[in-house]
Design a protein around this ligand. Sequence first.
Ligand code: ZN
Length: 685
Amino acid sequence: MTSSTEADAANELMRLARQIAKHDRLYHAEDEPEITDQEYDALVRRNAELEEAFPHLVRDDSPSRKVGHAVAASPLSKVTHEVRMMSLDNAFADEEVADFVARVRRFLSLGEDEAIAFTAEDKIDGLSCSLRYEQGKLVRAATRGDGQVGEDVTANVAHIPDIPQTLEGECPDIFEIRGEVYMAAADFLALNARQEEAREKLFANPRNAAAGSLRQKDAGVTAKRPLKFWAHGWGAASAEPGETQVDVVRRIEGWGVPVSPLFTRCETLEQMLAHYEKINEQRPDLPYEIDGVVYKVDRLDWQKRLGFVAKAPRWAIARKFPAEKAETVLEAIDIQVGRTGKLTPVGRLAPVLVGGVTVTNVTLHNRDEIERLGVRPGDRVRVQRAGDVIPQVVANLTPEEKREAFSFPDHCPECGSEAVAEEGEVDVRCTGGLICPAQRTERLKHFVSRAALDIDGLGEKTIAQFFALGWLESPADIFRLRARRGDILALDGWKERSVDKLLASVEDRRRPDAARLLFGLGIRHIGAVTARDLMKHFHELPALRAVAEKARAGDEGAVSELTDIDGIGSAVVEALGDFFHEEHNRAVWDDLLSEVSPPRFEVETLDSPVAGKTVVFTGKLETMSRDEAKAQAERLGAKASGSVSAKTDLLVAGPGAGSKLKKAEELGIEVMDEAGWADLVAKAG
Ligand code: ZN
C-alpha cells in the first residue's frame, strides 16, 4: 500500500475507475484489449486494496460494484464486403516515400523520365466505413471490421449529417463510398466533459470516441454524438466515374459527400514531400487529429495493374508523422512468458500522456535491449509512441554513474524452469515447455485468437480461468466444453445466455478452415500466410502431415514437394518435421482432429483459363515487369513459378528465352508469347 493520504487514495480510485471501465470496454465491446490480463488484474487488485483501506471512499461507479460482464460479441449484425477494405503500408521517412515511388515505377516498367502523378491527403484518425449507394440511395453502411467482414451501421450513420441518404446528381447504379467516421478534437473534449459530469465512461482519444459512438446497438446514442465523415476512396462500383483518383474523388464531392480539404495532386516526388511538410506544420491547428499523409497513384488503370500485396495496395502508402515523445519514471520491470516460452520484459511507467494517450506500459523487447538502454527500475526515461506502434523507451535520462545493472532472470517466473538463450539468439526462453502454465495458456489464447479459430466469447480471461480449473489442457478440450455447461454456469458472472452463446460459437467452429487451424497450432515459422500456402497445396491436413513426416525421415521427394511450394523454405520444413516428431504434438493433433473436421481447403479462384495452373515467365517482357506478370497470374488463380518442371502448365516466353523454353518444349508444355498472355488476361477480365 503506497497511498498514504486520503486525498491521494480518492484520486487514485477515480483514476482506477476510469481505467478499468476503459479496459472493460476495449475488451468486451471492441475486442481490442490494450493491456494484458495480468495488467488488468493488477488494476482491479489495487482498487480492492484501496477500497478496503478507505471503505468510505468507495465510488458509485466503482468497478467492484459492477456485476460480471456477459462476454458480449458485437450486437451489430455482420456485413461481408463485396470488395475487401484494405489497409495501407506505412513509410516513416522521405527515403521510404522515394522508394515507394521507385517501386511503382519499376513495377509498371516506366522510364525514369516518365511522370507519375500521385494524390496526397491527410490521414484522419477515425473509423473506416463503407457506404453502399444503389441508384443514388444509401442502402447499407458497414464498418471496416477485419477488412472482409464488418458490422452493419446503416441505422447509426443516418444520424451523421455529412453522410447523405441520397447522392446529388448523376451517379453509377451501384457505388460504395469509403471513408472515415471521426470526431473533431473540440467535440471529443466536450463529449468527455459531459461523460464525466454524468459519471459515464471516458474515451481515451477521439478515435475510440468515434468507434464507441458509431458501434451502438441503439442508434439513438449515435444521434447524440457529434460524428463527422469524409470520403477517401471507393469499393464496389458498377461503373468508375473517372480515369484518375482525382476525377473520382471530385465526383464523390460533387454528390454531396465531404472529402479532405487538404486533398491535392502532386506531379513529382518533391511536391509530395513538400505537401507532407506543409500538413505537418498545420497539424497542431487542424480541428481534427491526423496521423499522417496518404499518397495514391492517380491513374486508375495503373492502380489496377499494380494491384495488391497481402492486405495493402501496391499503389498507395501512408507517410506517418514522427513519434510523439514524453518523459517519465520507469517504476518496475516485469517479465511475461509467451506462447513459445519467450521471456519479455515489460516496463511499468508512472502514467504519462504521450500524444493524448495515457501510457503506463512499454515493451523492453528482450535482455539485450535492457542492456543497451541500461535501464533499471527507478530510472527516468524518454518514451515515444508512433501511430499504432506499442510505446517504447528510446532513452535513459538517468546519468550512467547512477545506474545499477538489472539482472535478467535465469529462471521462468511462471514455472521456475531454467530460462536460457540458445546460441546466436537474443531471446531468453523458458525450457519448461509443457509443464509451463504460461506457455500452455498462451498457446490456447493463440488457438482461439482472431487470425486462428476466431472463437467469439472465449477471451483471454476465460481461457486463463478455465485453464486454472483444469478444463482446458489442449485445444481439443475447447470442443468438449459443452459437457461442462453446468460447471460454467456455476461460476460467477455467467448466465444461461452467455454460456449458451459461448458454446454456440465453439460449435460454430466444428468445421474450421484448415489453414486457420494449422496456424492456430502455433508451430514455429508457420504464420497465417504460410499456413494458407501449405493448405493451398495439400488441401487436407492429413496429407500435409504425411509429407512432413516423410520429409523428416529424409525422403527427398517429400522435402522437395514442400520446398517447391512458393514461400516455403527449409525452416518451415524443419519446423513441421520437428512438430510431428514430438509424440505429445501428435497426440494433441489426433485429439483435435477427432473433435473437428475441416472441409477440404480450396481457394476461391476466378473463372479464368489458368486457374489452378502453374505458369512460368522467361525471357524479356516488354510491356510489364516480371513482378507485374506474376501478380497477374496470381490474380487469375494461377501459381507463378521460377523454374520449368513436369508440373508446369504454361510457359510465357519473351525474346531471349533460352534453357527454360527448350526444356518446356521437350516436356511438351504449352508455350505462348507476351501478346498471347495479354489476350488471356484481358479475356479473364
Ligand atoms: Zn515457464
